[in-house]
Design a protein around this ligand. Structure first.
Ligand code: FPP
Length: 222
């Protein structure tokens, strides 16, 4: 089971409470820890979370740098616990343009947890679905492969061994994909939750999994 989540609504959560936007992100990061635990408990093998998109650079630098710091602090604070609990941390996205410290923590967190196999926590950071496909195409070209097919393209994605998401969740009531995992979600079931990310609860995840079991997936067949 692979669940991918667009963690949306941190800013609105904070605004409604009269708090600075970044406080919403701080609460959102705490939720990342919870959701990882709940997912592992519920038998989810892969959890992909959209933390920073290639479009998020358009935000004020103050917010962008806060998000990078949050990522770094989160990894430094939580890696021991994740290591103990069998979480394998993986990061997908472009390393280019990211601050040196972010790239160092990215490599370190992956390396520290590489032999874990209870759950893969895949963080999409400086990630864009189109960029991922472009990066794959360019690698195919650089390998002098004359003709691509689906298997070849897939094998050049950022995390080729990870199965496609069964479920994509977006919080905050927005109904968009926003350049998330474009190749991989071709047959995913979509769920939209009318709550801001910091308010997402274990019951929400349980309800989604239950509804998913009731949906009949046909993959284009009958
Ligand atoms: C969307 O809310 C959320 C983001 C752009 C950032 C998500 C990041 C985190 C939850 C923290 C990441 C931390 C780790 C450890 C991976 P928004 O700001 O777009 O909310 P809004 O639409 O209400 O403004």
């Amino acid at each position: 089971m692979h669940i991918a989540i667009i963690m949306d609504g941190n800013g609105r959560w904070a605004k409604e409470k009269g708090l600075p936007r970044v406080e919403g992100h701080r609460r959102g990061a705490l939720k990342v820890e919870d959701v990882t635990e709940w997912s592992a408990d519920l038998g989810v093998r892969y959890l992909t979370l959209y933390a920073f998109s290639t479009e998020n650079w358009r935000r004020p630098w103050e917010e962008v740098s806060f998000l990078f710091n949050l990522f770094v602090e989160f990894m430094k604070m939580k890696i021991r616990k994740m290591k103990r609990e069998g979480v394998r941390v993986r990061i997908i996205g472009r390393k280019e343009k990211l601050p040196k410290e972010v790239v160092e923590v990215w490599d370190w967190a992956e390396n520290e947890t590489k032999s874990n196999n209870k759950i893969d926590l895949i963080i999409a950071l400086n990630y864009g679905g189109r960029s991922e496909i472009i990066d794959a195409v360019n690698r195919i070209i650089s390998e002098n492969i004359e003709k691509a097919d689906e298997d070849i393209l897939r094998s050049h994605l950022y995390a080729p061994d990870v199965p496609d998401p069964d479920i994509v969740v977006r919080t905050s009531g927005e109904m968009r994909i926003s350049n998330f995992l474009l190749w991989q979600i071709a047959y995913s079931e979509l769920f939209f939750v009318d709550k801001y990310w910091p308010d997402f609860e274990k019951e929400d995840l349980e309800r989604i999994l239950e509804e998913f079991r009731g949906r009949h997936r046909r993959f284009g067949g009958l």
